[in-house]
Ligand binder design. Sequence first.
Ligand code: OAD
Length: 232
Amino acid sequence: MKIVISSGAGISAESGITTFRDAGGLWENYPVMDVASDEGFARNPALVHKFYNERRAQLLQAQPNAAHIALAELEKKHDVRVITQNVDDLHERAGSTNVLHLHGELMKVRSMTHPEREYKLPCDQLTDKGIETTPDTRDSYGDQVRPHIVFFGEAVPNFDRATAMVNNADVVVVIGTSLVVYPAASLLQYAREGTKVFYIDPKPATVPSWVTVIAKPATEGVADFIKMLDEL
Ligand code: OAD
């Protein structure tokens, strides 16, 4: 079966990564337009670098949880593709081999002059050899680098690939997202008629009636979903 997973911050919550919009979430403590928008980056790049340095430090303390691991293991039986809004690498570290990041990757930076030059941190080709970067960090061409993150106000370059994947799926599973941020929130609308769509979230947003809602945390909800899959 062709299974497409569409994950958001909630799947990593049980790994200790703070979500954005839950109580105590990141956007309660940081003005989103200061640290995650193209305008904010132009205004105060040092603050934006610092914000993502802190996110990287948190990510290095985190491990994939049972939900990430169960989804990776599903590849033994099915054709599984993961589309994630998350910038963490927990799906990959759990063993998923087919992961498309819609909003960028925390452990990467890219050249501001040549965006196709991406660097996985830590990186010897940068003046800063660790996982922290600043507006003074340069690559070996002498160019400044920036977080490899899709800021608000920027296009989502992988979106067309994502809609094609959803359109080609037999089963779509949306996990741990408030379905607030577009275009990612519209992905489930690209499922073909007849595709089984599940949504796992302890506080689910309102979704169309053809979606099967599993109102549980990701670790439990994914286990339930896998049982349901065997019965499809
Ligand atoms: P949000 O923080 O908006 O939503 C997190 C969702 O996870 C909520 O619906 C929670 O109910 C759910 N949740 C919490 N704990 C959970 C658990 N243990 N298991 C499953 N779900 C749980 O995060 P996103 O929807 O991912 O973009 O946010 C989308 C985008 O907004 C992010 O990619 C980020 C942000 O601004 C950028 O920074 C570009």
